[in-house]
Design a protein around this ligand. Structure first.
Ligand code: PLP
Length: 454
């Protein structure tokens, strides 16, 4: 047993490669399909949206990919990020478990998202792209990409889900400070946005709708490309810097995790933390249980169906095989905006199908109850998304207490909640509600998922 509270790495110890889990899997994930022909897509199909370097990473079978020096220089502004042992939370819970959290809120944007925004902007800039477009739910990804574009002197145009645009004006200002243009989504500047507004002028928006708008804007101009903050293979790979650092930090104190829990919206912070540990597990060097935690109101893994579906609402993106609730399903407005996505990363879905990771869904009241316990003991106010991971860690710690087992729990505290205080205000004021799983809405959306013979 150790007495460490904050386990740090020196700059010189920061990993210099990302980890690609695909070559280590028993089988590769099914390929993305062209939305029209239903045939596997090739690089040419993706070229209007992404630079060649990222398309190459998306299909790469190299186990390790070198992080470019320009990216490492920017990572060093906040990396390596600290790993904490939650001594004071453990004491409050009166548990024999040891709880560790890897804190990504130390980045300038306040979450793990810059870990991929910076390399995405770098590779686009290197190929002469003038501007990036994107969507943002809670505002975290839009902030991260705005920051990254500023650092590589590129323009950035963001479609922010209407509900969060209205609820979080400071995120919008943050993006504007870094030089981005921000639209509420659905907007009247794209065909996709106008189509949705014609059906529902008061639409609160969704990530799927915002993706349709950003993709449309990028596809229309050869000097503009699109960036996605989660879901894709290359995004999850960029995030593995989190898990590679955590492995080194655990090695320093001679611990190995028994349970790893992470919140999953599109799967990037979860994949980033867990894939290097899964590599160790597949190689027989440790055996942690690895679990995804999703919101009860948008449970793509635990309630969704594993099949080909669109990544966006309108149906412009390639078809990807994933756990989905239906591409036009609009989840209830829970506070964890970053977890309101109808699908799950194809890579995480594939791991779940193979039984290499587990999943559970938790309602937001239990999550915020856990977040208050965490904030009062550990000090950091978590973003609404990782409150799901905290609630799952607390469940594990309570199980350890019941069984009297010493258990080592690891989670990613993937962002702070300084721009999410409205959610805490609602919770403290007793105004927060748990939403029932919207079975009928999901069933209706699933009827509109294309049928693919495979
Ligand atoms: C975007 C975001 C998420 C959800 O995205 P993942 O790809 O699942 O990580 C979770 N937490 C925070 C803080 C985010 O910004």
């Amino acid at each position: 047993m150790t007495e460490y509270t904050k386990i740090t790495l020196d700059e010189s110890e920061m990993p210099t490669q990302w980890y690609n889990i695909i070559p280590d899997l028993p089988a590769p994930p099914p390929p993305p399909l062209h939305p029209g022909t239903h045939q596997p897509i090739g690089p040419d199909d993706l070229a209007p949206l992404f630079p060649m370097a990222l398309i190459g990473q998306e299909v790469s079978t190299d186990r390790h990919v070198d992080i470019p020096g320009e990216v490492l220089d920017i990572y060093r502004l906040w990396r390596p990020s600290p790993l904490y042992r939650a001594h004071r939370l453990e004491k409050l819970l009166d548990t024999p478990a040891r709880i560790y959290y890897k804190y990504e809120g130390v980045s300038p944007a306040g979450s793990h998202k810059p870990n991929t925004a910076v390399p995405q902007a770098f590779y686009n800039a290197a190929e002469g792209v003038r501007k990036l477009t994107t969507e943002t739910g809670a505002g975290q990804w839009g902030s991260a990409l705005s920051l990254a574009c500023a650092m590589f002197d590129m323009e950035c145009e963001v479609w922010q889900v209407r509900a969060s645009y209205d609820a979080k004006p400071h995120r919008k200002t943050m993006m504007a400070v870094w030089g981005a243009t921000v639209h509420p989504s659905p907007s009247d500047v794209t065909n996709a946005g106008r189509t949705i507004l014609a059906q529902d002028p008061d639409s609160p928006g969704s990530l799927g709708i915002a993706i349709s708008e950003a993709v449309e804007a990028a596809a229309a101009d050869p000097t503009v490309k699109y960036a996605l903050g989660s879901v894709l293979n290359h995004v999850l790979m960029h995030q593995t810097i989190i898990g590679e650092e955590a492995l080194l930090q655990f090695a320093k104190i001679g611990e190995t995790p028994d349970v790893l829990v992470g919140c999953t919206g599109g799967g990037s912070n979860f994949g980033g933390l867990s894939f290097p540990f899964l590599r160790e597990k597949l190689a027989g060097r440790m055996s942690p249980t690895i679990r995804c935690v999703e919101p009860a109101a948008c449970p793509s893994l635990t309630k969704g169906v594993y099949r080909y579906d669109f990544g966006d609402t309108i149906g412009m993106t390639p078809l990807v095989k994933m756990h989905t609730l239906g591409h036009d399903f609009v989840p209830d407005p829970i506070h964890a905006g970053g977890l309101r996505y109808h699908g799950m990363a194809p890579l995480v879905s594939h791991l779940y199908e193979m039984g290499l990771v587990e999943a559970e869904a938790i309602g937001q009241l239990e999550c915020f109850d856990g977040a208050l316990k965490f904030a009062k003991t550990e000090g950091i106010i978590p973003a609404p998304e990782p409150t799901h991971a905290i609630a799952a860690a607390i469940r594990e710690a309570n199980r350890a207490k019941e069984s009297g087992e010493e258990r080592v729990i690891l989670t990613a505290l993937c962002g702070h909640g300084h721009f999410d205080l409205k959610a805490y205000e609602d919770f403290l004021g007793g105004h927060m509600v748990d939403y029932e799983y919207p079975a009928e809405k999901v069933a209706a959306a699933m009827e509109r998922v294309p049928v693919i013979e495979d």
